[in-house]
Design a protein around this ligand. Structure first.
Ligand code: COA
Length: 212
């Protein structure tokens, strides 16, 4: 397999948004918004250009990973800068060949070299524990409501950063966009049918599940 990982360029934007749309379509909700997120991320101050990678197979872009700045804060208002990835996607017909693994491995290695100590994401434990992520409760990092969602996952790149204290995860406000603007952006792409898939129910359950 002739796979390479390189940084995204301006010429790749449309291909990446298209592949992101294809990867996420109908998976978690009918349709998807992740291609709009990819689009607005690039011009947001929290976007980390250096960690924006595409996977290229035989000259075709088949996968993408994008990162934003995030942070954790403790009771004394001490902040630690962290990074968050998403969307990460691989074209459906190229999934289960190790491309997602390579995007995560490569980008977390660069994040570590950049000096970041923690990668924190919302995602399915099924997808990420195999890459070393653990539930946020293991690190005492809660969400803004003081809870530990099953989907809040942490990859420790540097040991002993957290000194046993309670931390709160704060992610970028880029994720707080409106459905209407996302819907409008989607109109720029060829029509695809919004449909129910059982994975949407799995997602609903998983995103309302907490570790006590
Ligand atoms: C999640 C996602 C990015 C993973 O990408 P991927 O390229 O399929 O990931 P990988 O191929 O590295 O790993 C997936 C599985 O294929 C297996 N695999 C890897 N190489 C393989 C090969 N050559 N042959 C067979 N299986 C292989 C892996 O072991 C893994 O198995 P598991 O799920 O049973 O643990 C991709 O599935 C995707 O785009 N999903 C839709 C969007 C999405 O959900 N994004 C994440 C949001 S949280």
């Amino acid at each position: 397999m002739n796979l390479s990982i390189r940084q995204e360029t301006a010429e790749d934007h449309r291909d990446v948004d298209t592949l992101t749309r294809q990867a996420f379509w109908n998976l978690y909700v009918p349709g998807c918004n992740e291609h709009y997120l990819a689009h607005i991320l690039r011009s947001h101050p929290d976007f980390i250009q250096t960690l924006n990678f595409v996977a290229v197979l035989d000259d075709q872009i088949v996968g993408s990973i994008m990162y934003t700045r995030s942070r954790i804060v403790n009771r004394d208002e001490k902040n630690i800068d962290t990074v968050t990835f998403g969307p990460v996607g691989v074209l459906p017909e190229y999934q289960r060949r190790g491309i997602g693994t390579e995007l995560i491995r490569h980008s977390t290695e660069i994040a570590s070299r950049m000096g970041y100590g923690l990668v924190i994401i919302h995602g399915s434990p099924r997808n990420y524990c195999k890459h070393g992520f653990k539930g946020s409760k293991s690190y005492n990092i809660c969400n803004s409501d003081g809870k530990f969602p099953v989907s809040l996952l942490v990859l420790e790149l540097k040991k002993d950063l957290l000194s046993g204290q309670q931390w709160k995860y704060v992610d970028s406000d880029v994720f707080n966009f409106g459905e209407d603007e996302a819907e409008k952006y989607d109109k720029q792409f060829p029509p695809m049918k919004k449909e129910y898939r059982y994975t949407q129910e799995e997602f609903k359950i998983a995103s309302n599940a907490y570790i006590l």
